[in-house]
Ligand binder design. Structure first.
Ligand SMILES: C[S@@+](CC[C@H](N)C(=O)[O-])C[C@H]1O[C@@H](n2cnc3c(N)ncnc32)[C@H](O)[C@@H]1O
Length: 263
């Protein structure tokens, strides 16, 4: 896994940063992002909704007693980052971030500024190689795997073409009962044409991309206890706002999310 930053080859982390209005992207990323926007004009909204789901699900885990977090596919730092949300509720939270993009590695220091009682660390790693992440000394130094861990893979698995059930079970088998799995991923269920066209833009640029159906996402939680309201679009997951989301909003966001607990 290379650690060299490639400027001519767009990267998913920097495209996402562009959608979120960040400054850590290059010309190749912006050109790809503008093409994706032509296919899926609301993808910026989807990125923000996904981010808000990360905030709510992390708060939920911290309020449920989780003090250890493993966040894979972290992305370029965007405030508030996951450790800031977790440590707001539980200042002693320990967070391990993982990403395979050298640009995220270059920004890792920004993710390390933990609260005085907590800890954060960063691993340059690939989700398709669970063993190398689980055995990394940086992880074992701050996480106690005999205690529950909140494992989040948010806006990550649509960039994984390998078998997600195999990846998820490799991680969950190593985690203690009471651990949580948190997922948010893109689907073509609501707006097949626009989402498939966006997927094609990624693939043409040699970026892995794979949308999933609701049944596929639900199967990833097999054997775990899904937390209410189950597998739903992220704006429908424990919504704080009082307005009822519409089906046209579901199509704009085109993602499924879910949180489940290991028995
Ligand atoms: C869209 S960003 C999501 C960032 C953050 N999780 C969020 O939801 O706001 C996806 C991140 O996953 C990373 N990524 C993609 N494939 C990966 C892989 N195989 N292993 C680890 N990270 C990966 C990308 O580099 C990128 O930073």
């Amino acid at each position: 896994m290379g650690k060299e930053i490639l400027l001519d080859q767009p990267q998913t982390s920097r495209i996402y940063d562009y959608f979120l209005g960040g400054k850590d992207n290059y010309e190749a990323d912006r050109v790809a992002a503008e093409e994706i926007l032509k296919a899926w004009p609301d993808i910026r909204l989807a990125a923000r909704v996904n981010r808000q789901f990360m905030h709510r699900s992390t708060r939920f885990l911290a309020e449920s007693g989780i003090r250890q977090f493993l966040d894979i596919g972290t992305g370029i730092p965007t405030e508030p980052n996951l450790h800031q949300i977790a440590q707001e509720t539980a200042p002693d939270s320990r967070v391990v971030y993982v990403d395979n993009d050298p640009v995220v590695l270059a920004h890792a220091r920004a993710l390390m500024a933990a609260s005085a009682q907590g800890a954060t660390t960063y691993i340059h790693g690939d989700v398709t190689d669970p063993k190398s992440i689980l055995n990394a000394p940086e992880l074992t130094e701050i996480l106690d795997l005999t205690e529950p861990v909140g494992l989040s893979m948010i806006a990550l698995l649509h960039f994984v073409e390998a078998s997600v059930p195999d990846i998820v079970s490799a991680f969950l088998n190593a985690l203690a009962p009471g651990s949580y799995l948190v997922i948010c991923t893109i689907t073509a269920d609501f707006a097949p044409e626009q989402v498939s066209a966006a997927q094609d833009v990624y693939r043409v640029r040699k970026l892995p991309a794979q949308v999933r159906t609701r049944d596929e996402v639900t199967a990833w939680f097999t054997g775990l206890d899904l937390v209410d309201p189950g597998v739903v679009p992220p704006h429908r997951w424990r919504l704080e706002e009082t307005t009822e989301p519409s089906s046209s909003f579901d199509a704009k966001v085109s993602c499924y999310s879910g949180v489940a607990r290991k028995r």
